[in-house]
Design a protein around this ligand. Structure first.
Ligand code: NAD
Length: 232
């Protein structure tokens, strides 16, 4: 059994992860860390929860300003991390990479755990080799703190050319993205919609199972879905 702690467990994503871990036959939920969580297995703080329950893997879906400290605490304690919180910088990841190497604990970050979104990014990268003029429009619920989204930033990074991004924040939305490529007398639109937060759970569980055997920092689900040669 993989002993899993969920950080940000009272949040929108965290609650979905708690349910997914509880439903996974090879995982045990050992703690929920979140200042807003209540109950016997709830802790206000990630470090307290690690000290009390010794998880194998921590899944963090919190907020950009606290995720770096949370992941640092986990790696420093030798605990692997699956990170879904977006908004961290390249400098943050460089520091986490050093911590990972020092303490022999791994981190897998994916800006989007939905398999369809990973495919959308892959198709967009392929299409941009033939249609280099493109723009990205991402649509999210109005509580999302960062813009552009981590998915939009990663999509642009994987594509050829300079790809402008646009962000829409409205109630009612979950997570959606269109990549529009323009050519001579034609356009190509690649669109992905996460209609509920369940869409992210198969990817999160895949990452929990994989992270103990992937040294260092892994970015994106691509290596897990397509093999390491596909990593962008
Ligand atoms: P949310 O605001 O609903 O939940 C965040 C939770 O973190 C809250 O319950 C809050 O109390 C808790 N929290 C705050 N400080 C904490 C701390 N120090 N330790 C532990 N918990 C703490 O947010 P959300 O909608 O669930 O999104 C969370 C993050 O996940 C965001 O960065 C969002 O962009 C990202 N996200 C990623 C994916 C993906 O596939 N990678 C998908 C959806 C959302």
């Amino acid at each position: 059994m993989i002993r899993v702690m969920v950080s940000g467990a009272a949040g929108r994503m965290g609650q979905a992860v708690v349910a997914a871990v509880q439903g996974a036959p090879d995982m045990e939920l050992v703690a929920r860390a979140d200042p807003a969580a209540t109950g016997d297995d709830a802790f206000a703080d990630v470090s307290q929860a690690i000290a009390a329950t010794s998880p194998d893997v921590v899944v963090d879906f919190t907020q950009p300003h606290v995720a770096f400290a949370n992941v640092s605490s986990c790696l420093s304690a030798g605990v692997h991390v699956v990170l879904g919180t977006t908004g961290m910088t390249d400098e943050d990841f460089a520091t986490l990479s050093n911590l990972s190497a020092t303490h022999g604990a791994n981190c897998l970050f994916a800006p989007n755990f939905a398999v369809g979104a990973v495919l959308m990014m892959r198709f967009a990268a392929e299409a941009s080799r033939h249609m280099p003029k493109a723009e990205i429009i991402e649509f999210h619920h109005d509580q999302k703190l960062d813009a552009p989204s981590g998915t939009a930033l990663r999509t642009a990074r994987l594509m050829q050319g300079d790809v402008p991004t646009h962000s829409v924040r409205l109630p009612g939305l979950v997570a959606h993205q269109e990549v529009i490529l323009g050519g001579l007398g034609e356009t190509l639109t690649i669109r992905h919609d996460s209609l509920s937060r369940e869409s992210f759970m198969p990817g999160v569980l895949l990452a929990v199972r994989a992270v103990p055997t992937r040294p260092g920092i892994t970015v994106g689900l691509e290596p897990l879905l397509f093999g390491d040669d596909a990593a962008g």
